[in-house]
Design a protein around this ligand. Structure first.
Ligand SMILES: Cc1cc2nc3c(=O)[nH]c(=O)nc-3n(C[C@H](O)[C@H](O)[C@H](O)COP(=O)(O)O)c2cc1C
Length: 329
């Protein structure tokens, strides 16, 4: 018998089994064998959404068939000639929700990646070879298995046409003038895109207001997992200010959600839904689709258990007063 508590959540006109989904993560198929399909299959089976990154390595058309709850996430330059064909392709592939990530106008300075030599595309060099040799499970279970069955992966979904391979001595991803992207381009997308439109990566109430006035259906409060700036306000702290300006928009949040209690905290502060990235990527890398299903179950059980301890049967009963403010935060 299922517990007498309801985690069903309506978001952008769809019913989901729980108030969380899988955040977009580029090159997931590099970390886990067929990573995007793993996410698409596990999330659809659980009745949850996943967001396919524009920097992914498996064609969006294939992912959407594997997981009909998948959304698409774009990184766009401020160039209508690149925006329009991509929007049309995403619509043709059958996606109903288009997420535009706006917090990567330029590449960030990831000092850990400077130190460990990681870049995309990967550069073939002795260091990369050593990484492969010293990680045989990944080498055989993901890298060589992918090459054998599917050939060299490419960035399939950045544009309407295929992008460069994920391993290359000299090719780069021609990402264009992302720092030229402006609200006028968002309005262009709004006019062309027939489905739900979400902006990911805002932290300020003013941006939420402009998004609302531009006809956006939802905003995702996010600092990109702390991967863009060396210091940023946490999404949970920024959330109440965005909620106050959201009007009828759906408010989502990601970043640092690791437990069912984290999900409930975000909902108590006014989020309608949260997305979770790295924990699912690790689950996929360790154990593929069963691993992601297991991680989903753990979170779902935590939410149910914590709802019982809070004495609520429905997520709509969550209130900010259930949280205590400490240290003037
Ligand atoms: C490996 C990795 C790749 C990511 N790639 C993307 C991406 O392609 N598009 C995007 O909007 N966000 C991307 N993100 C950010 C995540 O969507 C999310 O905002 C962030 O990881 C915070 O959630 P978390 O703390 O649960 O991981 C990426 C994050 C990681 C860790």
């Amino acid at each position: 018998m299922s517990p007498p508590r309801d985690t069903m959540t309506t978001l952008l006109g769809r019913r989901y089994a729980a108030p969380f989904g899988i955040a977009p993560m580029g090159a997931s198929a590099l970390s886990a064998y067929r990573g995007d399909l793993v996410f698409a299959g596990a999330s659809a089976a659980a009745g949850l959404p996943m967001i396919l990154s524009g920097s992914s390595l498996i064609r969006m058309e294939e992912v959407r068939v594997a997981g009909p709850t998948a959304w698409y996430q774009a990184y766009l330059p401020g160039e209508p000639a690149r925006i329009e064909p991509l929007v049309d392709r995403v619509a043709q592939a059958g996606f109903d929700t288009f997420v535009l990530t706006v917090d990567v106008p330029v590449s960030s300075n990831r000092e850990n990646n400077v130190r460990n030599g990681y870049s995309l595309p990967l550069r073939p060099n002795p260091r990369l070879a050593w990484e492969g040799i010293s990680h045989p499970r990944w080498l055989f279970g993901t890298a060589l298995r992918t090459l054998r069955h599917h050939g060299m992966p490419h960035f399939e979904n950045l544009d309407a046409t295929r992008g460069p391979p994920v391993l290359s001595a000299n090719l780069i991803r021609a990402i264009g003038r992302r720092d030229g992207l402006a609200w006028e381009h968002l309005e262009l997308i709004r006019a062309r895109w027939p489905g739900h439109l979400v902006i990911k990566g805002i932290l300020s109430p003013q941006d939420a207001r402009i998004a609302r006035e531009s006809g956006v259906d939802g905003v995702m409060v996010s600092n990109h997992g702390g991967r863009q700036l060396d210091g940023a306000i946490s999404p949970l702290r920024a959330l109440p200010g965005v909620v106050a300006e959201a009007g009828g928009m759906a408010v989502m949040l990601d970043g640092g959600i690791r437990r069912g209690s984290d999900v409930l905290k975000a909902l108590a502060l006014g989020a309608h839904f949260v997305f979770i990235g790295r924990p699912f990527l690790y689950a996929a890398a360790v154990a593929g689709e069963p691993g992601v299903r297991h991680a989903i179950t753990l979170l779902w059980e935590e939410i149910h258990r914590n709802m019982a301890m809070l004495g609520i049967t429905d997520l709509a009963q969550l209130r900010p007063e259930m949280l205590m403010r400490i240290r003037g935060g």
